[in-house]
Design a protein around this ligand. Sequence first.
Ligand SMILES: [Zn+2]
Length: 245
Amino acid sequence: MFVDSHIHLQDYRTQDVKNVVTNAAQNGVTHFINPSAHPHDWTAVVELMQTYPQVTPAFGVHPWHTVDAPQDWAKILEQYLQQYPTAWVGECGIDKLKNPNTELQVAILRKHIALAQKYNRPLIIHAVKADNEMAALFSELPTRTIFHSFTGSAQWGGQIQKHGFYLGLNFSILRKKNAAEILRALNLSQILLETDGPYQNLERGIETLPQNLPLLAQKIAELLQLPFAEFTQIINNNQRTFMEE
Ligand SMILES: [Zn+2]
């Protein structure tokens, strides 16, 4: 049984979500953590949660959208967290590759962190080229924090894990030349799998599907030189620990 720990079901353009969810279930992917990116897609995520019991929603302002977030986004987010007690916070974070305004991103991220702490919800972080800024916030992050779509160095991954946080791995880690070396250096008890569907496509222009998650697990297990069953057992334990803490 797999949890796709990061998927944007609201963003599929070429697929019917009902089929996406059904095909995923047939491949053992039975639960989804579904982050949002902007108050504009929060209602779509609520609808998904109400349609599919296997969807856990997350509400947040993606670092790419910090500039056009409405003034009162944090107030709306707090209302969502009060109204939906199973909701997580995210995705949020710092992306210095796409958004040069670091100060605003840090300020917005810290509001997410405070709300995640206040309501005891897991936090989903998107961090790109922001190791120093993120390290400065380690002491503020909730224990249940995922650094999603991790593609950093083994050293950076180790630092994140040493603080008790989890790394979300998707197909993008496999594109790194030294993927095997990075994966072998990580603490396997603090990783989760995700597709980041419909993004992080396996083939250019094709939307990534959660039914591909077992394939991702297989490829990572190969690089780790672990039997598939042993690796999926580890992932199952991690999913349970992270979600039940
Ligand atoms: Zn995402």
